[in-house]
Ligand binder design. Structure first.
Ligand code: GLA
Length: 408
């Protein structure tokens, strides 16, 4: 074969590989966990605050519980790129620059997340990445970024799949493993196309710290927790290891009632959602910390099968959600979204749950299961007895069913 033909074949192979080289496949095999600045601090961020949050994530025990990413959301940028078009940090908010912030985060054994946007500007009006994808990806890699949240403001006329694919390839081309978090609010149904491109995608508009929608202004009605849960219910078949539905960051500790915080956290775990705290870690109460670090609930979220819960049925005004877990276990969540306390009488034997998506069947007539109450941290019996419980308003009963004898 002549040199020319060999060269042609080599070029063809490398072009084909780069065309398919989208996201890094080995990341986010369980839903990412961390902290993000937006829900509490919005534009009021700076270097010291981010360092404080990294310190607190470690000192509070959250790092040990699994939280690893510190993500700086919108408003970290200077309003201008530099003379050669590089992004630069706001020199007042981040005087040491983003590499130094990243180094600090890494020195605490944590990972570093940042934010930008597929449009010409970020949602808060700072330079967006449109047209600068490869250049910006290189800046992130140079600064040691491990996670990029990529938003969707100022994107008139841009195709979402193309824009996110370009950025995904740009990140992969840097050679640095960077988790890619799509944030286009579900408008182009990313669950249908983004699995090869991203590790997680927002499924809804912005969350608010409320049980139901709360109108902020004429054009801005952020979603309540319950509405987001309803949207997610229809998307379970799209989630799995390395590609997650993202119902937005947590509002735990930001003003919901104790039961609502518990429910919010429980349902995010049932939904195999990323657990990205959004509260002020310096001021959190013991109650908030106990919720955020409940290892039983986190284990449901982080289960290695990565199956999002099934909304099985509504009984006695209580929703029943089930999530198959590794080792033949199941998470069982009774969710009372009503304004009154509800009594449940649940006979496991009369419910044979056939989850056709995960190909798993729960039949307690064939196998007896031991039941654990995951919030109360205690065994409460077996599935051969009727389960009787009072569930307070806006609250949950979260159980784990473990087969008496089972090997997968
Ligand atoms: C959008 C995103 C939010 C946040 C803000 C920042 O609204 O959905 O999560 O990142 O932008 O401006």
């Amino acid at each position: 074969m002549t040199k020319k033909i060999l060269c042609f074949i080599a070029c063809f192979i490398s072009l084909s590989i780069s065309a398919y080289c989208q996201k890094n496949e080995h990341l986010a095999l369980t839903p990412p966990m961390g902290w993000n600045s937006w829900n509490t601090f919005s534009s009021e961020i700076n270097e010291q605050l981010i360092k404080d949050m990294a310190d607190k994530l470690v000192a509070s025990g959250m790092k040990n519980a699994g939280y690893e990413y510190i993500v700086i959301d919108d408003c970290w940028l200077s309003h201008e790129r530099d003379s050669i078009g590089n992004l630069q940090a706001d020199p007042i908010k981040f005087p040491s620059g983003m590499k130094a912030v990243g180094d600090y985060i890494h020195s605490k054994g944590l990972k570093f997340g940042m934010y930008n946007c597929a449009g010409t500007m970020t949602c808060a009006g700072y330079p967006g990445t449109h047209g600068y994808e490869y250049q910006d990806a290189l800046s992130y890699a140079k600064w040691g970024v491990d996670y990029l949240k990529y938003d969707w403001c100022y994107t008139d006329g841009i195709n979402a799949k193309e824009a996110y694919t370009t950025m995904s390839k740009a990140l992969t081309a840097t050679g640095r493993p960077i988790v890619f978090s799509i944030c286009e609010w579900g408008t182009s149904m990313p669950w249908k196309w983004a699995a090869p491109v991203a590790h997680l995608w927002r499924t809804t508009g912005d969350i608010s710290c409320s049980w139901v929608e709360k109108k902020m202004s004429e054009n801005f009605i952020p979603l309540g927790i319950t509405k987001i849960i309803d949207i997610e219910a229809n998307l379970r078949e799209y989630a799995g290891p390395g590609h997650w539905n993202d119902p937005d960051m947590l509002e735990v500790g930001n003003g919901l009632s104790f039961n609502e915080d518990k429910t919010h956290f429980t349902m995010w775990a049932m939904l195999a959602a990323p657990l990205i705290a959004g509260n002020d870690l310096r001021k959190m109460s013991k109650q908030t910390l106990d919720i955020l670090t409940n290892s039983n609930v986190i284990a449901i979220d982080q289960d290695s099968l990565g199956i999002q819960a099934l909304h099985y049925m509504v009984k006695d005004s209580v929703e029943i959600w089930v999530k198959p877990l590794v080792g033949g276990n199941w998470a069982f969540c009774f969710f009372n979204r009503s304004e009154q306390k509800q009594k449940i009488n649940f006979d496991f034997a009369s419910h044979i749950i056939n989850d056709t998506f995960s190909h798993r069947i729960l039949n307690t007539n064939i196998l007896k299961y031991k039941i654990y109450d995951l919030w109360e941290r205690k065994e409460i019996g077996y599935t051969n007895k009727m389960l009787k419980y009072d569930i307070p308003s806006h609250s949950v009963l979260l159980l784990k069913l473990s087969p008496n004898k089972f090997t997968e």
